[in-house]
Each structure stands twice: as C-alpha cells, then as structure tokens.
Design a protein around this ligand. Sequence first.
Ligand code: HEC
Length: 257
Amino acid sequence: MRKFALALAGAAALTVGAAQAADEPSLPKVTWPNDGVFGTFDRASLQRGFQIYKEVCSNCHALQHLHYRDLGPGGPGGGIGFTDEEVKALAEQAQVTDGPNDQGEMFQRPGRPYDPIARPFPNEQAARAANNGALPPDLSLITKAREGGARYVFALLQGYTDPPPDMKMGTGMNYNLYFPGHQIAMPQPLSDGQVTFSDGTPNTLTQEAYDIAAFLTWAAEPTLEVRHRMGTKVFLFLLVLTGLFYVVKRKVWAEVH
Ligand code: HEC
C-alpha cells in the first residue's frame, strides 16, 4: 500500500513537473558552427561575443575560470583568435589588486595576461547588494549548467516581454518567457544597437545574443575542437580496424567448413 502511495506521489510530481516545463516556450531552433561531431568555432563570432561580455555582462557577471592569456594563441584550444599583443592590451585595461609590497600593503596595478579575468564584485554580498538581492552567476560554465545550453542563453537574452496582466511581479523583477518561473532579477542586458562590433557586423539583438552564446560555449569548453578532432580520428581508426579484422577473420576461417 505504501509503495503504491509513493508511486502515485511520484507520478503526480512528474505531471506537475511536466506542466511547469510546458509553461516555458520551447527553445528556438538555432545552430552554431561548433555544433555536431565535426563542429569548429567561428573565431570572429567568439571575438564579438567577448566584446559583448566585456562591455555589458562583465558589469555584473564574473568568468572566474578564464585568464586573459586563454584568449590568445597560447590558450587551451588556441584561444579565440587574439594575438599575444591584443591579449596584453586587453589585460592592461583591467586594474588588479596585488601585493603585499615591502611595506605590507596591497596595491593596484594594470592586469597581465596571466591574471584571471577581472570580476565585477569583490564578494557575493556586494554582488547581491547591487542586484536586488539576486546573485549574478559566474558565466564560465553556464552553458553546461543550464538545460538547453547555448540555445537557452540565446533565448533568455531575447525573452524579455511585458508580463501577462494577471501576473504579480516582485519589485525590481523582470518578466522573461524562458526563465523558469518567468521572474528574473537581471534587467534586459542586450537590445538592438547595444554593442558596436569592431568588425562591422550588424548589431541586432539576435546577432548579439547569438555571438555571446557562442562565446560562452567556448568559455565552458575551450578545447571542444580538440575533442571533436580526436573523436573523428578514433572513429576512422576503429573503421580501419574493423575492416582489418574482417579480412583476417575471412582468412582464418577460410579452411573450416
Ligand atoms: C545589471 C547586472 C547584470 C548584467 C549587466 C547582466 N546580468 Fe545576467 N544576471 C544578473 C542577475 C542578478 C542574475 C540572476 C537572476 C535571478 O536569479 O533572478 C543573472 C542571471 C543570468 C543568467 C542565468 C539565468 C538562469 O537560468 O539562472 C544568465 C545566463 C545571464 N545572466 C547571462 C547574462 C549575459 C550573457 C549578460 C550580458 C549580455 C548578462 N547576463 C548581463 C545580472 C546581470
């Protein structure tokens, strides 16, 4: 009896879960060149994505697993196409706390390529205080941490609309079609024309959302292309090996009837 009740409760929970999931629209069908087993990154798109991170998202979100040098040729997977000089210049734009010096004091200095990418807040409390009590999550692994990955990020950034008339919104909260529960503390960060791309690509909201989602996919797995190449090699190797085994098998069993 108890088992039966448990099973019933489980089924009920599943139905509720399904109903909630159905509440968010399904994610737009969009693909990136790095999708699929042979996919490779579009470096120009990644660089535009980094520009968006730097100019917009980095005001609230950290990228704690990345260092400036990761963006250059020495980075894992060869970086996102910046030269060593560009990486150095990027790092120098940041002010980093270092020390202590001979007087025992901490001091500020321009960033260097080996520094982690500068974070916007010194601690969680400061981050929450500036964001209506909500914590802007670190974005280094966000495409792995959310169901739908890059497609979710792409949709979320374009999912801001007016709330339905019957919805009671909390103070300072924003309505978003794709955020679970629809109330998100993050104000709409991107819009048409938000960022002027240095390569002249049209700066529509869709393009911006596409490029930052690509960049965050790279940030979560900079060596994705290495994995794809290795997978292809292993597959070819197994294919050849299967052929060889087949020939050997025919030879060995040729005399047996
Ligand atoms: C003004 C500060 C601010 C800016 C700028 C900002 N965010 Fe956020 N972001 C937040 C906060 C706060 C949250 C937490 C929201 C919540 O839990 O309600 C958040 C949450 C998120 C999430 C997680 C949503 C989830 O499913 O939990 C993603 C992804 C995200 N932001 C991406 C971005 C990207 C990409 C940019 C730059 C284009 C950006 N944010 C710019 C404040 C910001």
